[in-house]
Design a protein around this ligand. Structure first.
Ligand code: COA
Length: 160
C-alpha cells in the first residue's frame, strides 16, 4: 500500500523551511500533496494562483510531490485524497499549543487521519513567512531563506 500525506498550509509564500519539511517527509511517505488551504485568521499577500506558481517552481526537483488548493476542511481533503496522514512542521515550543489544538481537533473530526510532526531544521527555527515578508518589505536581505523564485516575486510585489 502506498503511504501518502497531505502537507497543508498557507504558503504565503513557501520558504526554505517548508522545503526542508517536504524533503524529509519524502523519506517517510511515497507521496506528498502540498495543499494550500484557507486559514481564516490570515490576510494573504499572494493570491492562491501566485502561491501555487511559486510552489511549482520551487518543488520541480522533487518527485512524488503534487500541489493543490482546497477550500474546506483539511480532514475532508485528506479523505478525498486517500491520504493516511497530515504532515506538519514544528518550529519551537511556541508552535506546540496551536499545533496540538489543531491536531486534536482534526483527530476529533476524523480518527482515521493521523498527524505526523517533523521538527523543523535548526536553520529554519526562527523563520516564518510573515517575518520574511516583513524583512523583504523594508528591503532586508532574505537570501537563502526562500527559493529564488520567491525572492523575485517578493521584490516585484513590494515594488508595486
Ligand atoms: N520553517 C519555517 N517556517 C515555517 C515552517 C518551517 N518548517 N513551517 C511552518 N512555518 C511557518 C509558516 O511560514 C507560517 O508563517 P506565518 O504564520 O508567518 O504565515 C506559520 O509557520 C504556520 O503557517 P502554515 O504552516 O502555512 O500553516 P497555517 O497555520 O497558515 O495553516 C491550515 C493552517 C491552513 C493548515 C489550517 O488553517 C487549515 O487546516 N485550514 C482548513 C480548515 C480546517 O480544516 N481547519 C482545521 C480545523 S481544526
Amino acid at each position: 500500500m502506498l503511504r501518502t500525506a497531505i502537507y497543508p498550509g498557507s504558503f504565503d509564500p513557501v520558504t526554505n523551511g517548508h522545503l526542508d519539511i517536504i524533503e524529509r517527509g519524502l523519506t517517510l511517505f511515497d507521496g506528498i500533496t502540498v495543499a494550500i488551504l484557507h486559514n481564516p485568521a490570515k490576510k494573504y499577500l499572494f493570491t492562491v494562483e501566485e502561491r501555487i506558481g511559486m510552489l511549482e517552481e520551487s518543488l520541480k526537483k522533487f518527485s512524488g510531490v503534487s500541489i493543490e488548493a482546497f477550500d474546506g476542511l483539511l480532514v475532508d481533503y485528506a479523505v478525498q485524497k486517500n491520504a493516511q496522514a497530515i504532515l506538519r512542521g514544528m518550529r519551537a515550543v511556541s508552535d506546540f499549543e496551536y499545533e496540538f489544538q489543531m491536531a486534536l481537533m482534526n483527530r476529533r473530526l476524523n480518527r482515521d487521519v493521523q498527524t505526523v510532526f517533523l521538527m523543523t531544521g535548526l536553520r529554519w527555527i526562527f523563520t516564518s513567512s510573515s517575518i520574511i515578508k516583513e524583512a523583504a518589505c523594508f528591503g532586508g536581505n532574505i537570501n537563502g531563506m526562500v527559493p529564488p523564485v520567491v525572492q523575485q516575486k517578493l521584490k516585484e510585489k513590494f515594488k508595486q
